[in-house]
Design a protein around this ligand. Sequence first.
Ligand code: PA5
Length: 335
Amino acid sequence: MKGWVAAFPRQWRDAMMIAEAIQVPRAYQKTAHLVVAGMGGSGMGGDLLQDLLRHDPRGPIIVNHTYDLPGWVGSSSVVGLVSYSGDTEETLAVYRAARSRKAKVFCITSGGRLAAMAARDRVPLALIPSGYPPRAALGYTFLSLVKVAQRLGWGPSLWRDAKETASRLERWAVSYERGRTARLMKSWARRWAGQPVLIMTTEDRRSVGLRWKNQWNENAKSLAYVVTLPEMDHNEVVGWGHSMRSHLRRWTLVCLRDRRDHSRIQMRFGITRAMWRKVGGQSYEVWSEGQSPMARAMSHIYFGDWLSVYLAEVGGVAATPVPPITWLKQQLSRP
Ligand code: PA5
């Protein structure tokens, strides 16, 4: 996993080149909304895109993480199916549902049944390189989605933001692998090893917290949960009662901060963290870097990716294999 994480800046540039070639039929362009369906590592790009296009006037982007589609999806919908392996049953079920509802479909995959069905049905297909664990291929899945969304009229500045992100990723890779930040991450990893983590982010940057959680689960083989401001201040904080103190002492709180957050959110981070200090364990802040929303989101994501790999090293676990996911898929594929 560490090799893929280290090579991620190269993947990002390669993914930009591949995505440039993606074309979308003219008939797709008049649709009002975009639905992105995918699970786990392949669903992540959709979550991130949804957050980045939250304020886009073009219309909503809906992310679908289950077998079926919302009732309103029909012939005026564009549905993007993302499955790295091309064999994920939820995504294949959504492909069939979208086709039967006459939605305008496109697929992003490295092969499998999804690629075969797309070829059979002459559905637009972005074929991305194979050989990666799905979560390590985020550059390919996300940037393919970005390009499709852009061709449909969403996010006119997204490609410029992807370029900014490309050059920043190269700089971050150096300091996250060898520099001062790498040393800081390793010392955090030693302190956090074996503890559950609570990741505090904001409602409109939820995808970044979700990526941290998923990387914690899959790379570090450890538990993490995401809570978002301001919503958590209306429920979660009550659960931090004194009766929970003995448990929460073993938890680590990580606050994912962004200088562009609403001023009241900035204030809530400070107050909520102070509440945590009264009942919980350690707490830390990680500030995003970069100019564009995409670069700032990716700075958090890339930081978390490296941290999860260092956690795996400290914990003595293999970061790449995910035996429970493989086992579950085997059980589900039994006749
Ligand atoms: O990281 C993983 O291996 C999983 O989260 C997968 O991405 C998930 O099971 C879906 O599989 P795929 O990405 O092949 O559609």
